[in-house]
Write a protein that binds this ligand. Structure first.
Ligand SMILES: Nc1ncnc2c1ncn2[C@@H]1O[C@H](COP(=O)(O)OP(=O)(O)O)[C@@H](O)[C@H]1O
Ligand SMILES: [Mg+2]
Length: 463
């Protein structure tokens, strides 16, 4: 998929994590809120019971003639209660009342209530409506069994809502701070480095012209640091590879151009040699046909390579031919006359029909022969070049042997790989690589074989 088709999300990674943190903390706070509200309610009621106990003590201690309706009203008002009753020694005593309590909407005993009951009661209180009355029972003073306070539920409800509201505001504050801290640390620790990685990857892909930039690892030692390190290594390798490819591509173009114009020049040479062939001189008459055939070959070769347009060798077009004829062609192309310093020897025992691509085999033998002649000429200035052939049950061996210095020991294992030639001027190290390629496409092999004086290369063709 094209990377540009991915639209970045509206809320990035850190934003999402911040919202999640906020959500999770809020959830935890709500879970804490329920028991907290229940506890708050319990404390509030306990305070009321304590106030009622004090009021009961006051009324108990006062002389009966001093207890007026006004005092009762004052006492009840101070506790904010409707009535207070107490049970002492099996007798229930109504200590004070303004009027007969109407029906009650709740009845709670704070002495026995567990957490679950308390939470349920809290819900009941918070979601009750209007100004109904509840009765709350608690421990009584002076060895009494219990004390009952009937009171309005509304004040309790209001304070509980206030408490819950404050609690939620505080929770929101805490979770916002935590979320912001998570956001800040995540962006610094993870999101920024990840973004740097992503930016480096995408810019590396786009910067073809102005040299691709490799990420510089920040040196951190965690997983992201390792990722940076690996990315840098990968980008370096890729950069090298791409450079090599660009180099090869331009090389290929150069070769095609050379090939194209070379063919034109060869065609001109061909025309000229056609005209030379009409000169009646006997030497010219002997050499001209060879020259023309050599130029024909060269033009044909250029044309075929250009048409194929690839660095690989063309697939072979095998046909039956006489090996001795091909070897004569090789000799002609090498221009080795009787008086040349190199003697050209042929050892083909019988008429030998071969089924192969003659042009390709000729190029192989020509490459091997040229190497041998070059080696002998530079070393001794003379020598023998021998081409010999032997037929075996399933194959034919053709050897090109010389009496030169032999192949130098160093670089022997890379002999058939491209650009592995010697340092001598004009050496490309391509000749043997081409020969090996040509043999491979024909299903044959090429090898350097041990030989006492000089070098010997053997090509083997399937019969
Ligand atoms: N017959 C030979 N005798 C000595 N050295 C040889 C012979 N053939 C090949 N070599 C060595 O192998 C190298 C590679 O040969 P080749 O692939 O044809 O490349 P090039 O001829 O361009 O150097 C030569 O440079 C030479 O050192
Ligand atoms: Mg060569």
């Amino acid at each position: 998929m094209d990377s540009s088709s991915i639209r970045p999300a509206l809320i990035g990674l850190s934003g999402r994590l911040m919202l999640l943190t906020l959500g999770f903390i809020m959830l935890a706070e709500v879970l804490i809120l329920l028991p907290a509200v229940a506890n708050f309610r319990n404390n509030w009621l306990t305070d009321r019971i304590a106030a009622a106990q004090t009021a009961a003590l006051v009324l108990e201690a006062a002389p009966p003639e001093a207890i007026s309706d006004r005092l009762i009203a004052q006492v009840l008002d101070s506790v904010d209660a409707h009535s207070i009753s107490m049970k002492i020694g099996g007798v229930r005593r109504l200590l004070a009342t303004t009027d007969v309590p109407p029906s009650l909407s709740g009845d709670y005993d704070i002495r026995t209530a567990g957490m679950v009951t308390a939470i349920a009661a809290s819900f009941q209180t918070m979601f009750s409506q209007g100004d109904s009355l509840i009765r709350v029972r608690g421990p009584a003073p002076m060895g009494g069994e219990f004390i009952d306070v009937v009171m309005n539920e509304q004040p309790l409800r209001l304070t509980m809502w206030r408490f819950a509201g404050n609690f939620l505001i505080l929770s929101l504050l805490i979770s916002s701070i935590a979320g912001a801290l998570v956001y800040a640390s995540l962006s610094a620790l993870i999101v920024k480095p990840v973004k740097r990685l992503a930016d480096s990857i995408s810019s590396f892909g786009h910067e073809a012209e102005h040299g691709r930039t490799v990420i510089i690892p920040s040196g951190r030692r965690d997983e992201l640091g390792i990722a940076e390190q690996k990315l840098a290594e990968m980008q370096k390798a890729l950069k090298k590879e791409l450079k090599q490819r660009e180099h090869l591509a331009s090389l290929g173009l150069a070769v095609a151009k050379i090939n194209h114009d070379l063919r034109n020049l060869l065609s001109s040479a061909h025309l000229l040699s056609d005209r030379i062939a009409s000169v009646p001189d006997p030497t010219v008459q002997r050499l001209a046909p060879k020259l023309i055939r050599a130029l024909d070959r060269a033009v044909g070769f250029c044309q075929a390579t250009l048409a194929f347009g690839k660095a690989q060798e063309l697939p072979p077009t095998p046909r039956k031919f006489e090996l001795a004829t091909l070897v004569t062609d090789v000799r002609d192309l090498l221009a080795l006359d009787e008086d040349a310093p190199i003697r050209f020897l042929v050892d083909i025992p019988e008429p030998m029909q071969i089924n192969a691509d003659p042009e390709q085999l000729l190029r192989v033998l020509l490459n091997l022969s040229r190497n041998a002649i070059e080696a002998m000429l530079t070393h001794q200035g003379k020598g023998d070049l021998m081409i010999r052939a032997r037929r075996h049950s399933g194959s034919i061996d053709i050897e090109v042997a010389d009496t030169g210095p032999g192949v130098p020991a160093e670089g022997r294992e890379r002999l058939f790989q491209p650009f592995s030639g010697s340092n001598r001027v004009g050496s490309t190290g391509l000749g043997l690589a081409i020969a090996a390629d040509l043999m491979r496409v024909q299903g044959g092999t090429i090898a350097l074989v041990d030989s006492p004086g000089g070098a010997c290369f053997r090509v083997t063709l399937p019969a």
